[in-house]
Design a protein around this ligand. Structure first.
Ligand code: COI
Length: 349
């Protein structure tokens, strides 16, 4: 790897007590370019803008996908990554679906570790804090013919993370818009999936909801995801999450929640969640919680939801009573080396 360190660290201008998610970037970034059918040598260099023209094929035809990961510091200032392999495998699944070249493991993992090592001073500690890491691959060839690009860039940037939502949010169960279609790219972390979600989300915001629970595109009768997160529902003492599919992202936090819940002896069912069953559980009082999970948010509890013009409140539960909050704590404790890691998920950098 080519290493070009910055001589002007910006760390002294970063206030770890006062920032929002993803609005400051660490001193360095990784880039690696693909052309003539091969990835070149990765480069660690100062974070900053890169020159691309408006005819870049990623801007025009959307060949771009990304990952979301986090690094954590424990109380002794040691740095840890979490389930790196899952993100490595997923970025290549996304790349393949978007007809982009897969990234070699040594570039992805080597780049990640080198960046965490050099920018370790940027990893904040404290409640809900970590360093959010964004690996991405995008087309870089110039050209307006709608075809597969011959040039790409892989990059990794990192930004201090703090709570994504400051309080439980209200969500709208979609009965019209959908996030993903059968045969489409819903399982991939394609940049365009997020672009396509913004307009329906704005409409939901105008109605007073912060996020959407996405339902299936053909019947709108089944939950798929929520906002940019996988979704969980608790009815009685059983938790449900839809099975992953070509329309549902195979979330690392989702998988970790399922594993942790089973480990704690909670009844977990990975099966379709019908809107009508949620409404029926609301009616008979057995609906306890609905929440979203993802790397950026970890967990966002929903306080209420709307469906076809009607609003429904969810119970307010303490951390001990809430499966969402107790599983979140168990997960963060593993990630930050505050608890045993029986699953071998944590990796010291
Ligand atoms: C993540 O949770 O890492 C995501 O990719 C969501 C992102 C849009 C902030």
């Amino acid at each position: 790897m080519i290493i070009q360190k910055t001589e002007n660290s910006r760390i002294s201008s970063f206030d770890p007590e006062n920032y929002s998610f993803g609005d400051h970037f660490t001193d360095h970034m990784i880039i690696c370019e693909y052309e003539n059918g091969a990835w070149g040598e990765a480069k660690l260099m100062p974070y900053g803008p890169l020159p691309f023209s408006p005819s870049n094929m990623a801007f025009n035809y959307g060949q771009a996908c990304f990952e979301g990961m986090k690094a954590y510091k424990d109380s002794s200032d040691e740095v840890y990554l979490f389930r790196v392999n899952k993100n490595f495998e997923r970025i290549n699944k996304s790349a393949k679906r978007l007809a982009m070249p897969e990234i070699p493991e040594e570039v992805f993992v080597g780049g990640l570790k080198a960046l965490m090592d050099i920018d370790r001073a940027w990893i904040p500690t404290g409640e809900g804090k970590s360093l959010y890491i964004r690996p991405l691959i995008f087309a870089t060839e110039e050209g307006l013919k709608a075809r597969v690009s011959n040039k790409y860039m892989f990059a990794i940037v990192a930004a201090p993370a703090t709570s994504y939502y400051s309080a439980p949010v209200s969500v709208k169960i979609s009965d019209y818009y959908s996030r993903a279609a059968s045969g489409g790219v819903g399982f991939a972390k394609a940049a365009g999936n997020y672009a396509a979600s913004f307009y329906p989300t704005q409409l939901a915001n105008d109605e007073g909801y912060e996020q959407i629970i996405w339902t299936d595109d053909s019947t709108h009768e089944y939950f798929e995801e929520s906002g940019t997160m996988n979704v969980f529902v608790r009815i009685g003492n059983t938790i449900y999450t839809p099975p992953t599919s070509e329309k549902i992202l195979d979330g690392v936090t989702r998988d970790s929640f399922i594993t942790l819940a089973k480990h704690k002896g909670i009844d977990v069912r990975v099966e379709p969640i019908a809107v009508k069953d949620v409404l029926a559980a609301q009616k008979d009082g057995s609906l306890k919680e609905i929440w979203g999970v993802g790397t950026a948010v970890v967990t966002t509890a929903f306080k209420s939801y709307g469906y076809q013009g009607e609003n429904f409140e969810l119970p307010v539960l303490s951390e001990e009573e809430s499966f969402a909050l107790s599983l979140k704590k168990a997960l963060v404790d593993i990630q930050t080396n505050a608890a045993e890691d029986p699953f071998g998920w944590r990796e010291k950098v």
